[in-house]
Design a protein around this ligand. Sequence first.
Ligand code: M6R
Length: 608
Amino acid sequence: MCGIVGYIGSEECLPILINGLKKLEYRGYDSSGIALASSNDIEIIKSKGNLKNLENELNSKKYDSNMGIGHTRWATHGIPSVLNAHPHVCCENNIALVHNGIIENYQELKKELKSKGHKFCSETDTEVLVHLVEENIKETTSFREAVEKSLSKVKGSYAITVMNKNEPETLIAARKDSPLVIGSAKDGNFVASDIPAILEKTRNISILDDNEIAILKANSVDFYSNGKKVNKKPIEVTWDLEAAEKGGYEDFMLKEIYEQPKAVKETLRAYLNGKKIDLSFLGLKKVDLKEIDRIFVLACGTSYHAAWVGKLIIEQWANLPVEIDISSEFRYRFPVLSENTLILAVTQSGETADTLAGVKEALNRGQKTLAITNVLGSTITREANGVLLTQAGPEIGVAATKTFTTQISVLYLLALELAKVRGTLSDAEIQKKIEDILTLPAKIEEALSTAEAIEKLAGEYYKKPDFLFLGRGFGLPVALEGALKLKEISYIHAEGCAAGEMKHGPIALIDENCPIVAVANKSKTYAKVVSNIEEVKARGADVIAVISENEKLLKNYLKKYITVPLIDEALSPITTIIPLQLFAYYMAKAKGLNVDQPRNLAKSVTVE
Ligand code: M6R
């Protein structure tokens, strides 16, 4: 949720921290701050609101420092304010710390520390950590031991970076259940919550594991686990740096919407050898796939909607029962799982706390687990037995777009592989489906050509307070995703609903102020959706429909429609979602909102 960056080396620290934080703002942006080591002191500069405010504050001053830490916050404990912003410092002002995660026993620790004379100035859970380190420094022989001892008292999750005025040549980083990576370069060493934050400086990355500590000096990094030194093999990151830049687009979200043909193409290319599927993913073999008698999918938000499409497709093509569950629900119930139930986690970030906890729960119960994720090296890639990486590239806009369509692309290939090992589709049928799947990037291009018309529509509708999105079958997860997109970036109330279910309640909402967005492409339930459209129109609703090209009926009947290319309905979510993503984008723009950083949200939700 929060973003951490740190540097120690021979370069000037401040620009490294600010550039790093800019790449991490997607993780939270309600306040930010930095701590810089400077001539025997630690200088702290913090600001409420997004990073621009911190930059304005820094503009007027000059700093000369080669070591520091930075943080961009997504509030959990305590309102967004300068006092609650990180870095936090201890009483003597000689230790500064940044944290991502939640210290569950902070009240208890705070009480104990207060009784020892520690004075607290924020409402955060994090502040106990810095006081704990201060306290433990008195009782241990090294800064590292003090940090280790402090962390051993903590319950909850953390990624931290700490600096100590009395050891100006050392930065300490540690993690448990929150991501942290270490980067090394000729001119110094780096720590960050996520790789893009330091990619400009180094491609040599070590991923910190749970309960590990890294001791960063200007010329070396040492890793410790349970007090013992460990060797870590760095990975070489090969991403294109430009992928994390706006590249001429006004917003990351728009850029990412337009990147979908490429993202889907790359994802398909990764798992198709010509027209042959090659999933060769870690840990799960073909024989395992054959044994699976049920799939249980865990996911949140947009990933949950992609999982829903996956359920429909796997059931249809591979004749295998699939249940989908919201991760936060799964982890607290006790679903009946057979020995051969595969737990499939779908998560863009690979760091969503609820999904990770669900996977851990499944592993504890002895289930096989497979993850679909976009982030190489993320926690889920190390937890799950098997991993399928989407090739969307970094997604910076908080609203998920290209990761939705790439997740579905992987699910199509997984469904076909399952159909193959289970013998539910013939080789010829599989070939035909692969041919159709390979046309998807071009179909997305066509769907993107509706942007201008959609921008016009947004100009007409952006003042409406409520929207109802309707769909059936493959159109239902698309309707739900369209509503999620609209509400999260335009703050307009939007509900997604099964079109057939509408008459059982939601129809009461309908009047001229509640426009309907209907996913009405050609499908086996098309005629039913048309009837539902008639029902809402009869009640005065204004209808915008997403329809297939060459469709006549609705074109004659409706004033507002957006056409998408005709395609097998099983593949249609990848095209019908495009106008809905664009609709949400242009609605938010018409309202003058920040689409990349919608209020209250963060890109990866690493708390429960
Ligand atoms: O990283 P994940 O896919 O696990 O994240 C799940 C949700 O938090 C995420 O999809 C969220 O709903 C997005 N803001 C949707 O645009």
